[in-house]
Design a protein around this ligand. Structure first.
Ligand SMILES: C[C@@](CO)(OP(=O)(O)O)[C@H](O)COP(=O)(O)OP(=O)(O)OC[C@H]1O[C@@H](n2ccc(N)nc2=O)[C@H](O)[C@@H]1O
Ligand SMILES: Nc1ncnc2c1ncn2[C@@H]1O[C@H](COP(=O)(O)OP(=O)(O)O)[C@@H](O)[C@H]1O
Length: 309
């Protein structure tokens, strides 16, 4: 019987997200403090010797994905690219346990693609250098390199420049999605007339000892996609207000291009209380109390991927 491999695909949070410019190809230059939560999807799988790659999708959010897993799903696209790059004749039967809402600003698809790369790297016993893996990741999406890295990072460029940061303090958070997907390209398009933020506003050397200290500095930054996202989906304002009203809320903000928002609470008990209170009033919202994960991905350290200073 072959072994089952399993890899978590944690949700990505943009603690702040500044749009600092635009490239000629239409992609935007960003500066964002990215971290990862204990909540996420799970990718698992078994080895095949015939080179075929199959995918089954399970879990509460499976129905939100297109049925054409073979061609559309980022897990399969990542697996095919890695197979080609490594020139291997091995394959895999993969299962995606889809728990994160789709098209929701927490990089679920990007996290799944990164998890598939980690899992298959291990399963196929590969030996590729970090630059080649980073190039595969970027070709799948601007958020995939940071998801491959998997820990607190200052992300810039269009998503390919990664600066590792000191570990963040324990951060109890609540994630809320109002149950409606938003399209990332549509949000970037909707902010076309807005200006650009300055670069270099975040001190990459500061080590935060408490969530309160981190939240205070995050108040000096923002998410430059919020105005565009709330103009397309005003429900995001309801989410932010509901989070901010609960006791112990240090910061409530939208992640990525939305619509998922996160709030940092002073304690885990306050985060859970807030989640329960909000859930009792909004039964259609996706509400998850969780925390920021700080540990480095084990498999990444085996890969030895290098990232710019
Ligand atoms: C906005 C962010 C912030 O972390 O997160 P999400 O809201 O998707 O979670 C990411 O940059 C999203 O990354 P990702 O979702 O991988 O984007 P891609 O598939 O590469 O691009 C989708 C579309 O978004 C726009 N896009 C994306 C990234 C970027 N730096 N500039 C852009 O203008 C482009 O219109 C592009 O066609
Ligand atoms: N495994 C996957 N999980 C989520 N979305 C996927 C996946 N594979 C492909 N997609 C497609 O990628 C798009 C972006 O999804 P997602 O990564 O969830 O958004 P976001 O980056 O805004 O959080 C969706 O339109 C979805 O159809």
């Amino acid at each position: 019987m072959s072994a089952t491999y399993s890899q978590q695909a944690p949700a990505k949070i943009n603690l702040f997200l500044h749009v600092t410019g635009k490239r000629n190809d239409g992609y935007h230059l960003l500066e964002s403090l990215v971290c990862f939560t204990a909540a996420g999807d799970v990718v698992s799988g078994e080895l095949r010797n015939d080179g075929k790659i199959t995918l089954a999708v399970t879990g509460p959010m499976a129905d939100a994905l297109s049925n054409d897993h073979t061609n559309d799903n980022l897990v399969v696209r990542a697996a095919r690219l890695l197979q080609e790059e490594a020139n291997t004749e091995l394959g895999a039967d993969l299962i995606l346990d889809k728990r994160l809402p789709v098209a929701s600003g927490i990089g679920g698809g990007s996290a799944d693609a990164a998890a598939a790369i980690h899992l298959l790297y291990d399963m196929w016993n590969l030996d590729l250098d970090g630059d080649r893996l980073s190039a595969i990741a970027l070709s799948l999406g601007a958020d995939v390199p940071v998801c491959l890295h998997g820990k607190a990072t200052l992300m810039s460029g269009i998503g390919e420049k990664l600066t590792e940061l000191p570990d963040l303090p324990p951060l109890p958070i609540v994630l809320i999605n109002p149950g409606k997907p938003v399209s990332t390209p549509a949000i970037f398009k909707a902010r076309e007339e807005d200006g650009f933020s300055d670069e270099g506003l975040w001190n990459i050397h500061t080590r935060y000892e408490s969530g309160a200290a981190l939240a205070a500095d995050l108040q000096e930054c923002g998410n430059d996609l919020t105005l565009a996202a709330t103009s397309i989906l005003p429900d995001i304002c309801d989410v932010l207000n509901a989070m901010a009203r609960e006791e112990g809320c240090l910061l409530a903000r939208m992640s990525g291009s939305g619509a998922t928002c996160f709030a940092i609470y002073d304690t885990a008990t306050q985060a859970e209380k807030a989640a329960n209170a909000i859930a009792s009033q909004h039964e259609n919202w996706w509400i998850v109390p969780t925390e920021i994960r700080c540990e480095q991905s084990q498999i990444l350290s085996n890969i030895g991927a290098s990232f710019p200073d």
